[in-house]
Design a protein around this ligand. Sequence first.
Ligand code: GLP
Length: 263
Amino acid sequence: MSREPPMNLPPTAASNRFEHVPLTVFPSSAEASRAVAGEIAALIRARQAAKRTVVLGLATGSTPQQLYAELVRMHREEGLSFANVVTFNLDEYFPIQPSALRSYRHFMQVNLFDHIDIVPANTHVPDGTLPISSLDAFCREYEEKIQAAGGIDIQILGIGRTGHIGFNEPGSPRRSRTRMVTLDSLTRRDASGDFGGEENTPRHAVTMGVRTILEARRVILMAWGQHKAEIVREAVEGPVTPQITASFLQEHDNVHFVVDMAA
Ligand code: GLP
């Protein structure tokens, strides 16, 4: 087996003695996003050299936007190709049309996929248009596709204010897999600005499960801003509990939290 390139993210700093996961504080979210993009690009290039694919687990929300902008810049200015990249997004609202402005499929097209040379069929986002009766089969197939692609090499995560990863709201068990979930009221309130009011905000979503996420070979959770500081602290220093699904990451042996000063 060829060795993967060394990770660009520095190891745990001395100040983290209460934390159960490696965490790096960057002066700004821009610098942090560049470091994460650098790690992803290094893996893509190493796999290209070995004629192998890379499987990325991707997140939406405001947090990864600078990361995607940096990857687009590297594609345009440094010739970084995504021809060998396969992606699986964490989640999607339900129900929602892929063309809807607030769908995560639309977000991914606009922020990343439309600007790089990824093969469209290699991009996977849960389907928000299915009849309820076919959701179970869809979710099973989503898991099977991840396995068939070789499993997720790097999973990118943000964190919601309920401590959720993907849309694994409080109460999601460690063994959960891709499934339909009911959104927490705080999550819906946070999203309501995007949807023009809470009454227009979807009540459900399809999300990868906690177990799906924990099976990724490497997990990078990013968090910016003071409004995330308390929940990040609970996730890295608190007990491992389904009430804060990000805390399950403490049990992953290749996870890295990347935060800015405020978070
Ligand atoms: C939503 C997404 C999560 C994301 C979270 C935080 O709940 N499903 O994947 O991490 O929002 O969003 P933001 O990055 O905008 O703070």
